[in-house]
Write a protein that binds this ligand. Structure first.
Ligand code: ATP
Ligand code: MG
Length: 237
């Protein structure tokens, strides 16, 4: 794998606003964050503090009104929709949301959903099928699920598929927005365990949660968002 020396994600003085011009509300203000290769950064904060906005900005799903976002050394701040979409589809930056139905296409079978990013990258069908099975077992799911639709899985199974999908392209950076908060404790523990294994593998993770307890066991470092500002950063372990 191509390991650059610099941070995988560098956010500088990020500013995000929502709403029409006359009722513009600031959701993020002066947020700076740097994530090194293989590092897991936890982001916690109360509801409405801007956590999901930060995730969406780093994925190009909302536009920043000021500041810069550098991914793998490339300044992507000025990217248009198409370039951001290409970046996500190529699997350079991957994501898992709280609701896995937002990370998975409801009309694609699990197999097609997992294979899609690999096929886009030019991997052969046969190689894709092999890798899909490997990743499925990695998230402790059976091959029997491959021809099902996401709607035919339990919440915990779905979330594990979403994690597998985020990883199948071997991205250097995965952004997880509340990946375990919709799960029961057995599934939560299992997903957290999978995240710890990824950490050991050198994937950089931005792990967002309102729940310090979930983040604390996984993150190397924790940053706190308060009313759109990053107010505190500390070492978790
Ligand atoms: P939660 O823990 O509830 O998920 P959060 O920390 O993820 O909260 P955000 O979703 O980032 O918070 O929201 C930050 C602020 O931006 C909130 O005041 C919210 O109401 C506002 N906001 C979020 N999305 C939009 C939107 N699409 N349009 C307008 N305002 C929005
Ligand atoms: Mg949120």
């Amino acid at each position: 794998s191509q390991k650059a020396a610099g941070p995988v994600l560098e956010v500088r003085d990020l500013e995000v606003h929502y709403g029409p011009r006359r009722r513009r509300r600031r959701a993020l203000h002066g947020v700076s964050l740097s994530v090194a290769p293989g590092e897991t950064v936890g982001i916690i904060g109360e509801t409405g503090s801007g956590k999901s906005t930060l995730a969406r900005a780093a994925l190009g799903l909302v536009r920043a009104s000021a500041g810069s976002i550098v991914i793998g050394g490339e300044d992507v701040s000025a990217y248009g929709h198409r370039s951001w979409r290409a970046l996500r589809r190529r699997g350079v930056i991957q994501y898992v949301f709280q609701d896995p139905l937002r990370s998975l296409d409801p009309d694609l079978t699990i197999e097609a959903s997992l294979a899609e990013p690999l096929l886009i990258q030019g991997v052969s069908r046969q190689e894709a099928a092999t890798r899909v099975r490997a990743f499925l077992s990695r998230v402790r799911l059976s091959d029997d699920l491959l021809d099902r639709l996401p709607g035919e899985l339990s919440g915990g199974q779905r979330q594990r598929v979403a994690v597998a999908r985020a990883l199948v392209t071997e991205p250097r950076l995965v952004i997880l927005d509340e990946p375990v908060s919709a799960l029961d404790s057995a599934n939560r523990v299992q997903i957290l365990q999978i995240l710890k294994e990824l950490r050991a593998d050198g994937v950089a993770l931005v792990f967002i949660s309102h729940d310090l307890g979930s983040v604390a066991g996984v993150a190397d470092r924790i940053a706190v968002l308060y009313r759109g500002e990053l107010v505190e950063a500390g070492t978790a372990r």
